[in-house]
Ligand binder design. Structure first.
Ligand code: ATP
Ligand code: MG
Length: 376
């Protein structure tokens, strides 16, 4: 269509346009042709035109961009060839299309380099006036951002559900725990006085386990309601200084070295000091835990003037997060660790969003960077 009619389908469409019109209207044909060219070039839609031999007659620029194809390489090729090694039944465009099968809102994912597009496809046949099928067209739209919005809503729904369960049970668990702990401490005192060392040791184990339950319930409570934040004006570099020793301590055990880099002076932020520490610790700990054979944990403190945020990048040289898991890691209870609770990141996200900030993650097969943005 860009270079004048060449295929039977194009010729037919063009002849039809010609034959149906009065001489005056025929002057409009160049306009129609021009429109078709402009449409394919400018429209923000993937458009494919297919002939009866199931060959690609033309393709819009947006389709080329989304699919990662170049027009010259695909035009006149059979559709099946274009999908390479992909099994035929998974091709988003099926030959049955030419038999008159109409498709609407067919969703498929398309990996273009490192970027995954979520596409929504419609297709139908093109007929001549007698009703014979001349070919088919396919239209598709990139709905990736809508899709991620939908996932975000679903995640929030799940978080809200966990929140309700947590709110209902956490307090009920914590109260009896407190009395068990109190009596156990009394027992321990008595056992110590009587020199029953073995029993004292058992009591200690029980107390440690009780503390673990307590911490878990604490995290539940954090998820369940927007916690009353203890807001103050503070400097992120100072908060970082206070917790780096704890991170280093953890890192040494995993043969990981830690460095903190900040080159520019940072503006103060208004945030909850203890909560921030919890977030940095959780994310640094995840990084350290990911590096099973040791590695480097780097923390960069930066400013993003466009969003008026202080950015904290926590980068590890670990194995990275596979693409199909990236969407799940912030879900409550999602964990790949035998002893993980999967609450770490969902708690972090809750805390940071309560402060008006955000957390994002970038992982490309090797190494992972979590970026925490805190408004200043
Ligand atoms: N830096 C990282 N590198 C690789 N995978 C990561 C990284 N951070 C998080 N993950 C993945 O995300 C999952 C969820 O993390 P999250 O902190 O929410 O829970 P967890 O670490 O598994 O458990 P918990 O924090 O309760 O100990 C982890 O199990 C891991 O699979
Ligand atoms: Mg964790």
């Amino acid at each position: 269509m860009h270079n004048g009619p060449t295929t039977p389908l194009e010729e037919a469409v063009s002849k039809l346009a010609e034959g149906r019109r009065s001489p005056g209207e025929r002057d409009a044909v160049p306009l129609l042709q021009r429109f078709a060219d402009t449409f394919l070039r400018d429209v923000n839609l993937g458009v494919l035109l297919i002939d009866l031999q199931f060959r690609l007659v033309d393709i819009s620029d947006t389709a080329c961009k989304l699919l990662g194809w170049s027009r010259e390489q695909v035009v006149n090729h059979r559709i099946n060839e274009l999908f390479g090694a992909m099994p035929k039944e998974h091709h988003p465009i099926q030959r049955s299309l030419l038999g008159g099968v109409v498709v609407t809102n067919y969703a498929f994912s398309w990996q273009n380099g490192t970027y995954r597009h979520e596409l929504l496809l419609d297709s139908n046949v093109v007929r001549c006036e007698e009703g014979r099928i001349l070919g088919a067209y396919v239209l598709f739209k990139d709905v990736t951002s809508l899709k991620s919005l939908e996932e975000q809503v679903q995640r929030n729904d799940r978080l809200a559900m966990v929140g309700q369960i947590a709110a209902g049970t956490a307090h009920e668990i914590r109260n009896p725990l407190t009395s068990i702990k109190g009596f156990l401490q009394m027992f321990k005192r008595t056992l110590t006085e009587r020199g029953m060392n073995k029993e004292v040791e058992f009591a200690d184990i029980m107390l440690t386990e009780l503390n673990r339950i307590n911490e878990l319930v604490g995290e539940f409570l954090l998820l369940s309601k927007p916690k009353d934040l203890n807001i103050e004006q503070l400097r992120i570099e100072q908060v970082m200084e206070e917790i780096v020793p704890i991170i280093r301590n953890e890192a040494v055990m995993h043969n990981v070295d830690v460095r903190v880099v900040h080159t520019v002076p940072l503006p103060p932020v208004v945030a909850d000091r203890e909560m921030l520490k919890q977030v940095f610790l959780n994310i640094a700990k995840n990084g350290i835990e990911a590096m099973v054979d040791g590695g480097h944990l780097s923390i960069y403190l930066k400013i993003d003037e466009s969003c008026k945020c202080v950015l904290v990048d926590i980068h590890d040289s670990g194995p990275g997060i596979p693409g199909f898991l990236v969407d799940k890691i912030f879900d409550p209870f999602f964990t790949t660790k035998p002893n993980g609770t999967g609450l770490g990141l969902s708690v972090c996200q809750r805390i940071i969003s309560d402060m008006g900030g955000g957390i994002r993650v970038a992982s490309k097969g090797y190494g992972t960077t979590f970026t925490i943005a805190i408004p200043y």
